[in-house]
Design a binder for this molecule. Structure first.
Ligand SMILES: Nc1ncnc2c1ncn2[C@@H]1O[C@H](COP(=O)(O)OP(=O)(O)O)[C@@H](O)[C@H]1O
Ligand SMILES: [Mg+2]
Length: 225
């Protein structure tokens, strides 16, 4: 039986501003190569598309957080539909928008996206990984590690190879704000801790390293458990 791997495909790497054609092609090729031995659940983030729509809405009007989140949710669904289009028959043909629904998939790839306001697709990823029995859960984002503080704001931030759920909870807090840039959203952190999950966070732009993590080799990244 093929092992199931969940990859939370960060909007920051798939759609930094617009969808990154070269990178997405390479990501597709990697997964196609590995699909002899693995099946993948891919959950998309919102990325630059979400960022733009949110920014413009907020410039024009005072918008409530749940409405901003809904724009983000549709952005993640658009990104998900892009993945479905490029994986052809290898992919379950519909975006999973409710991670608690009954899902019967036979293909190598399943794609999920945003569900409801109040969290990011990090949370939807944890629910899918747990329910569908993913062997490994990989959050592919734009930093090599989770650091002790935001590395884009603090030059002296230190990379962490291992982090407990309690430590991550102290870092991310318990309140979600749309487009929050944090290693994992509070709902996802809470859920994964409750279920006793182990989650890898790494730089999804480094595809050789992502491959090592998928195969269970020595990779560069942070393990949360
Ligand atoms: N302790 C931390 N370690 C790593 N990144 C952090 C940390 N705190 C905040 N961040 C920020 O989180 C960003 C990644 O989150 P986000 O922008 O939501 O990406 P994604 O689209 O992959 O979810 C990083 O670029 C970084 O600026
Ligand atoms: Mg995020």
């Amino acid at each position: 039986m093929k092992k199931v791997i969940l990859i939370k495909f960060g909007g920051s790497i798939m759609v930094p501003e617009w969808p990154d054609e070269e990178y997405i092609k390479k990501f597709r090729d990697l997964l196609n190569r590995l699909s002899n031995s693995y099946r993948f659940i891919l959950v998309t983030g919102g990325g630059g598309v979400n960022e733009r729509y949110n920014r413009i809405a907020k410039k024009i009007n005072k918008v409530a957080n749940d409405k901003l989140d809904w724009m983000g949710i549709y952005a993640t669904r658009l990104n998900a539909q892009l993945l479905i289009s490029i994986f052809s028959d290898k992919c379950y043909p519909r975006v999973i928008t409710d991670p608690t629904e009954e899902i019967d998939w036979k293909e190598d790839i399943l794609v999920g996206a945003g569900w409801k306001p109040g969290w990011s697709t990090d949370y939807d990823s944890m629910i899918l990984a747990h329910r569908l029995g993913a062997e490994r859960v990989i959050v592919a984002t734009n930093t090599d590690y989770i650091f002790d503080k935001d590395p884009n704001k603090h030059k002296d931030a230190k990379p962490l190879k291992h982090l407990s759920w309690k430590e991550l909870k102290n870092m991310v807090g318990d309140k979600w704000v749309p487009r929050m840039h944090i290693p994992l959203d509070p709902s996802a952190t809470q859920y994964a801790e409750e279920k006793g999950m182990s989650v890898i966070s790494l730089n999804g732009r480094k595809l050789d390293n992502l491959q090592l993590a998928i195969k269970g080799g020595e990779f560069e990244g942070t393990v949360i458990s």
